[in-house]
Design a protein around this ligand. Sequence first.
Ligand SMILES: Nc1ncnc2c1ncn2[C@@H]1O[C@H](COP(=O)(O)OP(=O)(O)OP(=O)(O)O)[C@@H](O)[C@H]1O
Ligand SMILES: [Mg+2]
Length: 439
Amino acid sequence: MVVPAGRTAHEILAEGEQYTDHPLNWSGILENREELSHGSDKFLEVKELWKIFGPKAEDLLQSDLKFSSKQEILDQTGCVVGLRNVSFNVRRGEFFMLMGLSGSGKSTCIRCLLRLIEPTAGHVLVNGEDICAFDKATLMSLRRKTFGMVFQHFGLFPHYTVRDNVAYGLKVGGASRVESYEKAQKAIETVGLKGWEDYLPGSLSGGMQQRVGIARALAKDPEILLMDEPFSGLDPLIRREMQDELVELQDKLHKTIIFVTHDLHEALKLGDRIAIMRDGEIIQLGTPEDVVTSPADDYVREFVQDASPAKILTADRIKEEPSLLIYEWQGPHVVRHLLRAARRQNAFVVSKHHTLLGLVTREGIDDLIKQGAASIKEAILADVPKCEPHTIVEDLFPLATSSHFSIAVTDSAGRFLGVIHDRTILDSMISDREETNND
Ligand SMILES: Nc1ncnc2c1ncn2[C@@H]1O[C@H](COP(=O)(O)OP(=O)(O)OP(=O)(O)O)[C@@H](O)[C@H]1O
Ligand SMILES: [Mg+2]
């Protein structure tokens, strides 16, 4: 288990802080959950945050030496600049990425957000309250109730069963035994570990142990998730799967997530916004598109130069309004007429609530009419290629090649949002390349 220097795993967990790894299918947690309110621009505010490691750090901040480079400060004082005047706001429900090379200050930043590392100066406000002014008890309560932590190295108690590992944080947080085990059980089932409750971590595979860690973090249903390189230990295929599941979850949950990575593609895929750090400073903060299209300096340019449009462009960006959309209640003769008039061989069908039901083809409709059917229901092909708005173009290729129909874009509730034709996928790649070349 990796813990901040000088503290044991027990000390940290006793404070209700949970170190885990690898989020997985969390959707079971969401049952009966009220929707979180959305849109507060300043759910989390970080203001002029400094962290200097070393003796007399406060004195250093009083002197002009603080404006010197990290290396100069180290040479002259022996102090290490962890964070330098870092400010940013995170909206409720936002997926916020911290990205940078090793040593740039990402972990220091995320740990300062709940004072696992004490900032040398500056403020962190959660919902308007400055947690830097909190006494120990209030801080502990905030950590237990509001924050969930998912770290690269899962930290399970080897001598505790799966159930006890998951329930531990709840119990030390003051929940009754019955409540702790109930919530633990739900979280265990959510991550697909039902039946493994009485096993010790040592008898589970690495992946399963990681799920235990996730269940433990989620059991208390935190508002803010802090994730420090949670996927970096995974092989690429599993990593991608985990990322997809996290995106899916976030679509439903709208958690506020601060996610640390040094992988650009991960940042582009997951983040609503990305803060890029170097030597303890944020040198660019923007949407994935901002970062890729207008890198702030050579450091960022270096990061993004290999970014392929296929990994950045999303289905949402390239989807189109369909030239024809069929409603389920329309009769076969009407549909045939509409298909002919629009010169279409097929069209997507939606319900009254705009839920995608599938697709009808001219052939299918003609057959129905021959049979004298009154409804088009029988002709609807439900198995059509579909993707969600966040799906990146790279992931559309296999969908496009596996079917001769266009791809429907639907939201997580299955509502139809638009269509993507094969041609559009190719065009989007070419035009993006051209723009990049022109730049
Ligand atoms: N306890 C500490 N004492 C002294 N210096 C520290 C301490 N913790 C971190 N640092 C320094 O602070 C800087 C930022 O470190 P941090 O761990 O936040 O970087 P990071 O971006 O998370 O890197 P990585 O990608 O390797 O995890 C580094 O120069 C590091 O050496
Ligand atoms: Mg780190």
